[in-house]
Design a protein around this ligand. Sequence first.
Ligand SMILES: *Cc1c(COP(=O)(O)O)cnc(C)c1O
Length: 447
Amino acid sequence: MAGTPPAYTTPDPDLRELIAARPHLSMHAADGLVMEDVPLAAVADALGTPCWVYAAGAIRGRYRALDGAFRDAALPVRIHYAVKANDHPAVLRVLAAEGAGADVVSGGELRRALDAGMRAEAIVFSGVGKTDDELRAALGAGIGQINAESAEEVDRIAAVAAAEGRVARVALRVNPDVDAATHTKIATGRAGDKFGIAWGEVPALYARLAALPGLAPAGLAVHVGSQIGTMQPYRAAYGRVAGLVRALREAGLAVPAVDCGGGLGIAYRDEPVALPAALAAVIGQTLGGLGLRLAVEPGRWLVAQAGVLLAGVIQEKHSGGGRFVVLDAAMNDLVRPAMYDAWHGIVPLAAADAAQPVTAAAVVGPVCESSDVFAHARALPPLAPGARVAILDAGAYGAVMSSTYNARPLAAIALVDGGRWATVRPRQRLEALWAADTLPDWLADGP
Ligand SMILES: *Cc1c(COP(=O)(O)O)cnc(C)c1O
């Protein structure tokens, strides 16, 4: 059944522990839950709920911590932010200003990255199915690299490049046959997954790629999955890729770069997480001595903790001995609990609410699906109608995965930056949901 709670063997972190583990959040007697220096109640008052709030300072801090880890290890690793985690232009701007490049997986993301000021040479195009139109746009923009995922795609890139009179820098995304021990919906590096090129087929394809006119071999790429908590899958994958780099070079082929992928996990609850220094160490030990240009493609690690989804309590419902807190946010806003059984911290915005004794409650949205459940058996204080909560760590794979299911408009978004904040997307107007829908002429006259 969708939404079955994962079996945790330890108690949930309490409200105080959740806040303490997130440096950009704090609880104040008068202001309640504060993000950087902005009381979240003020944002909820202005925008209404549900709404997303992103912390620019927290995003910068994460970028600098990761970049700093590579610098400390004296590794030439470029950071290409995986735009699919959160493609809001304000987020892209903040990261572009830090010097980030981008990893994009569609023509739409390519446009967003370029419009936000990402340099074309610092953009990598990944993904298992790029259309000819998307490839033309990428070559036209002069992006730095295309990661090809099949022999068929290499041929298609060559054809498009020839037709456009351009040279495409192409890396091969290899499937390392490594199990990232993450949720099966976000594991991408196992032999049967749809991603990447089977290990044994890489050498011949790389040689062909190097010989095709219009293509410049850019090296190898590997991405084993998402929300990875230990270094073991990385170490295994990069070790295998290093062996492949050596073998290709022994065959006389130039392998200038390796793209190490993304996937670094965060602690949504209290799970063990890998630190940037550990990733830098593993990259250094496996690929560091090969004279390669290196890159990583983190999405979640940079932006997840920087975002919250603010929701209002419609009412509590008591039924069959169960306690349900019914929110005005739902799975159409944040689908991760329904889709991945994901655990998200939930914290009241008001200090007075947060100080009350807690009892277990299911936290649910109003959508007509039994999987519209944000949390099962969560220890929460009593929450009266109109009380508000923050659903934590919603900055990655949050708003980007929203739908308008149940005719629910897309929620508003605000950006906090120190003591400043601004609305960066108003709540979608209801009429905008159906503005593009039309009737065929034989139904246009009404019943
Ligand atoms: C999704 C994806 C990423 C980012 O994954 P995170 O888990 O958000 O770091 C990076 N590279 C590729 C190819 C991806 O598909």
